[in-house]
Design a protein around this ligand. Structure first.
Ligand SMILES: Nc1ncnc2c1ncn2[C@@H]1O[C@H](COP(=O)(O)OP(=O)(O)OP(=O)(O)O)[C@@H](O)[C@H]1O
Ligand SMILES: [Mg+2]
Length: 250
């Protein structure tokens, strides 16, 4: 695929954030509870973790461990939790909804486990959304979408709607949408779960390259092979962090 040319990078250079110091993410005793008819269900328990800028973390653990829940909170998509969560030093726990949404739009790319493409937008229109949040001119956005479609081998699908794509193709569009605006933080929930193994490897190579260029990545994966692309593995079980191994990038 040869994903992302230097021309795409230079087009986006003007929107690149200034370097940051200190952790990108700090969570302290973060907990999430669901009240169900059967009683309180703890989904995340006393999560305390720091993520340094430039890390590439793989979150692993059994089904139901709370991985997607944690990723949604990291992506500012869920605000029903307790504890402390700082993003670049800003207290997310004290932030109004609007400000969380703004942080998400400006800094975060998200690959959803269930893709979550917008049904009534075409592939090209879905890819344009993250760019439309940035200060990028329409003509430049069209060029970036064109480049990206090309690199992901999806030029022929650009005018199709998500329901006209296979699961794997929807997943590729989901990955393309998450990375197209070069976010500071890329969150990816099983980003290769529905891809052929060679396509999966290309996506991991793309992540590795984006990471080497400065994007911090947190991916959820069941695959040991995918996890090895990162620098650290965080293990979750029954909502608890049960292990963290690998070097912390500083
Ligand atoms: N609305 C809800 N009400 C009650 N419990 C919920 C709700 N949403 C999620 N849960 C529970 O939260 C737990 C964690 O779910 P989550 O989707 O985060 O798991 P996961 O680690 O991503 O699993 P998988 O590997 O299967 O994707 C599960 O036990 C699930 O049943
Ligand atoms: Mg999940």
């Amino acid at each position: 695929m040869g994903l992302f040319s230097s021309s795409t990078q230079s087009r986006l250079a003007a929107t690149e954030p200034a370097p940051i110091t200190g952790p990108l993410i700090a969570m302290r005793n973060l907990e999430k509870v669901f009240e169900t008819p059967a009683g309180r269900m703890y989904v995340l328990r006393r999560i305390t973790v720091d993520v340094q800028p430039g890390e590439f973390i793989s979150v692993m653990g059994p089904s139901g461990a709370g991985k997607s829940t944690l990723l949604s909170i990291l992506g500012m998509l869920d605000s029903a939790w307790t504890g402390e969560f700082y993003f670049v030093g800003h207290p997310v726990h004290a932030m109004p909804h609007k400000q969380r949404v703004a942080l998400n739009k400006e800094h975060i790319g998200f690959v959803f486990q269930q893709y979550h493409l917008i049904d009534d937008l075409t592939v090209a229109e879905n890819l344009d959304i993250p760019l439309s949040y940035r200060n990028v001119k329409k003509s430049e956005r069209e060029a970036i979408v064109g480049d990206t479609l090309d690199r992901f081998g999806m030029v022929g699908k650009k005018d199709l709607y998500p329901r006209q794509l296979s699961g794997g193709q929807q997943q590729l569009v989901g990955v393309a949408r998450a990375v197209i605006a070069k976010p500071k933080l890329l969150l990816a929930d099983e980003p290769t779960g529905n891809l052929h193994s060679s396509q999966g490897r290309e996506i991991m190579e793309l992540f590795k390259r984006l990471n080497s260029e400065g994007t911090t990545i947190i991916q959820v994966t069941h695959s040991e092979e995918n996890a090895r692309y990162g620098n650290r593995i965080v293990e979750l079980k029954d909502g608890w962090i049960t292990g963290s191994e690998g070097a912390v990038v500083r």
